[in-house]
Write a protein that binds this ligand. Structure first.
Ligand code: BGO
Length: 733
């Protein structure tokens, strides 16, 4: 090193076990003061190689442990905009110090943390010096250093650089991170779902290039390339095996991010870092006393995140969102006399009527088109207005920055169950307010959750809410068996859905999606006025994804289900003759119903329903109920209709379940306990097909979609068997 020693007795070389600790921080954060107090007079001053940026290095001792302290140039960032930034960054990459002391001006934490975020992205062995703590306290800022350490995943030491306080603590922390190689972990900074998807895809490409991944941290390179960092690009060009592949993947990622956000990718990344920094401040700094200067965001937050007002406001907003989504999309006839969902349903009904002449000429083709194709596609498309409106409201809330605040308000309560604040939104959209929701937009709403495990658990329990499709089943059975307690029973079903969902979340967290809930920083971006264009673009993009993916999957499975209920097609004439012979006085209508029932019972689905009876009878379900429940795997909406068909009730309109209700009330095989067991089974079992497909897409793995199907079905069965058997005992006594 070129330089002059300021003390003659400085050893020429540090010992091999010396901890090399670099000091990084913003200018004026107190770096020099800390450096001086750590090293005393054992310093050397010179220039960084090749540049006229001054470099200071010194020695420090803690007992017999030796330290080499390197003072990096003061920088606000680690992008390559200035010589100082390049020098500091290259030192960290090339020299890999065993510890990096990041000096923060505690009285100006948010701005200082921007650099910390970048040091964390590099996964450096970090020690945070919370300096100027006296200035912060004079400004009535109370900083929870322990919580900050927990959030950042690195030690945080309170210091006063001008007085040399906290220096021993800093050296001890350096020994600790150096000896145990403590690092924040590459995944700690999360850029939000959309950016994160691109970062991960690019990281995979970079990680597969041995030249780059041997020299650099792939995720860090990915973020830097998305930020269009020329210096990093130059460096990886020198070592990459296939630079064209990396360039292509980086361009793709940048294009995707810029198309989505309509802003340069580097701005989005910077915004996310500031959001993270703002989140840390909100979590760890108790608001200043009166008289503190607050900007507009702080003023809004003081109301929105208020302990009492916050939850009330949230309840109001969620209620409005919930009411608006279903009213606008599904209930209010505001679009030329109908609701948008009404128009979609009408369109598909008309398509079905249009092909009715085929019924007599080509019954197989007719049934395939009528029930399989149009019924299947229609079943998916009918959700589209709902999803569009839901995404529109969520996009507005997201773009304003409100969703980020929701987490603060509910985080603590939901954490007890292994969920987090934002989970509530998904669950409410899925029907958590008492019914009428839909798990499909609910699962999609989990995108606002940034922690993968929380997102997964929320996704897995969201379908347990009482979606709109389950309500007709409840209404039909309650009307039949609990006519005097309708409101109570509906309330019970609502309460049960929450108990089961929170209980399931708790169990899943403990036994399936294991691991400590990592404390994380919830980004608090500044409030924005959403733009119409931005909201419509986000909404359109997400809706189209739903139509494309879920549409193709449900159509395919619907065709399979249709075939299972249709084949093998036994000869109607023979069955009719058989029926008439056995029951000579039977009316034509009854004969028609009987033929339909026998054909159904001998179809693949019918046989499956019968085959499941030994098991299902434990919960009180017969083969007809089984068929309806099998149909319900596709969509819960079909349960009432299928039961109607299976119970041979003739012209039962699935929308009005009265006839079936009355029939079941008079059926001696049925009783209130069996009805309750069925309601609970329907509430809990298997998310419908579209939801399963969406879970697959959102979790990225079939494994989780199948797990959701399996665990809910097992849980539903166990609960139904319990309710049926315990209830039957009561009924008998
Ligand atoms: C002057 N508390 C307080 N109150 N001040 C601190 C602390 C602290 O914990 N740490 C450092 N300072 P540098 P960079 C000064 O120089 O170490 C003060 O750029 C002055 N100078 O004493 O230089 C420190 O290396 C005249 O203040 O930071 C210094 O990162 C009047 O913060 C300043 C008052 O520290 C910057 C202060 C002629």
């Amino acid at each position: 090193m070129a330089g002059t020693e300021t003390r003659a007795n400085v050893p020429v070389r540090p010992s091999a076990s010396a901890v090399r600790a670099a000091i990084a921080g913003n200018p004026n954060s107190g770096k020099t003061s800390i450096f001086n107090h750590l090293t005393g007079t054992i310093q050397s001053v010179g220039n960084w190689p090749g540049v006229t940026v001054s470099r200071k290095e010194g020695r420090a001792f803690l007992g017999d442990r030796e330290f080499v302290i390197i003072d990096l140039p003061g920088t606000y960032s680690l992008t390559a905009y200035s010589l100082e930034e390049v020098v500091a960054r290259n030192f960290l990459i090339d020299k890999q110090p065993e510890a990096v002391i990041n000096v923060l001006d505690a009285s100006n934490l948010e701005r200082n943390l921007y650099l910390t975020v970048q040091l964390m992205e590099m996964n450096t062995p970090l020690v945070v010096a919370l300096n100027m703590i006296d200035v912060a306290e004079r400004r009535q800022l109370k900083i929870d250093a322990a919580h900050m350490a927990e959030l950042l995943g690195v030690p945080v030491v309170r210091t006063m650089g001008n007085r040399g306080e906290g220096m021993r603590g800093l050296l001890e922390a350096c020994v600790d991170v150096a000896d145990r190689d403590v690092r924040p972990g590459v995944q700690r900074i999360h850029y939000g779902h959309e950016v994160e998807t691109e970062v991960r895809a690019l990281t995979d490409v970079i990680a597969s290039d041995a030249g780059v991944s041997d020299a650099y941290l792939p995720r860090w390179v990915a973020v830097k390339l998305i930020e269009k960092d020329e210096e990093v690009h130059k460096s990886i060009r020198a070592v990459a095996t296939d630079v064209a592949a990396i360039d292509e993947a980086a361009d793709k990622a940048i294009r995707a991010i810029e198309r989505h956000f309509k802003e340069p990718a580097e701005i989005i990344i910077a915004e996310r870092r500031y959001g993270y920094a703002a989140g840390v401040v909100r979590e760890c700094v108790t608001p200043a006393g009166e008289g503190a200067i607050q900007d507009v965001t702080d003023q809004i937050d003081s109301i929105v995140c208020h302990r009492v007002v916050g939850p009330l406001l949230l309840a109001g907003i969620v209620y409005m969102l919930f009411a608006a989504v279903f009213k606008v999309a599904d209930e209010w006839p505001w679009l030329f006399g109908r609701s948008p969902s009404g128009w979609v349903a009408t369109f598909f009904e008309r398509c079905q009527s249009a092909i009715s002449p085929l019924g007599a000429k080509a019954p197989l083709l007719y049934s395939l088109l009528h029930d399989g194709v149009i019924g299947g596609v229609g079943g998916v498309m009918v959700f589209v207005p709902l999803i569009f409106v839901m995404f529109m409201f969520v996009a507005i809330l997201e773009d304003t920055g409100y969703i980020a605040r929701v987490a603060f308000i509910l985080d603590r309560a939901l954490k007890l169950f292994g969920l987090q604040g934002k989970s509530i939104l998904a669950m409410i959209v899925a029907g958590g307010l008492g019914g009428g929701g839909c798990a499909v937009p609910g699962v999609m709403a989990t995108r606002t959750l940034r922690e993968e495990k929380d997102r997964l658990v929320t996704m897995l329990v969201t379908p347990l809410m009482n979606c709109g499709a389950k309500i007709p089943v409840y209404l039909m059975l309650i009307a039949a068996f609990f006519a005097n307690h309708q409101a109570h029973m509906m309330f019970l079903m609502w309460a049960l859905s929450w108990v089961v969902a929170l209980g399931a979340a708790w169990l899943l967290r403990r036994f399936v999606v294991k691991g400590e809930q990592t404390p994380f920083v919830m980004e608090l971006p500044a409030y924005h006025m959403p733009t119409v264009k931005g909201v419509l673009l986000h909404t359109g993009e997400r809706t189209w994804m739903y139509v494309k993916k879920a549409g193709t999957i449900i159509l395919a499975v619907n065709l399979i289900l249709w075939a299972a209920m249709y084949f093998p097609r036994i000869d109607a004439g023979a069955v009719r003759a058989e029926l008439v012979k056995a029951n000579p006085g039977m009316s034509d209508a009854d004969v028609d119903n009987g033929v339909a029932e026998i054909r159904l019972s001998r179809s693949i689905a019918g046989r499956l329903g019968t085959a499941l009876t030994p098991l299902s009878k434990l919960a009180g379900f017969d083969w007809r109920t089984n068929i309806a429940l099998i149909g319900g795997f596709a969509a819960k909406e079909v349960i009432v209709g299928t039961m109607g068909t299976a119970y041979a009730m003739g012209e039962i309109d699935p929308g009005t379940s009265e006839t079936l209700s009355q029939h079941l009330a008079h059926d001696s095989d049925w009783n209130p306990v069996r009805a309750l067991a069925l309601m609970i089974f329907v509430m809990v079992y298997a998310p419908c097909l579209v939801t399963t497909a969406v879970i697959r897409r959102e979790s990225g793995k079939w494994r989780w979609a199948l797990f959701a199907l399996a665990y809910t079905s097992v849980l539903a069965f166990v609960l139904a068997v319990l309710v049926y058997n315990v209830g039957s005992l009561f009924l008998a006594s």
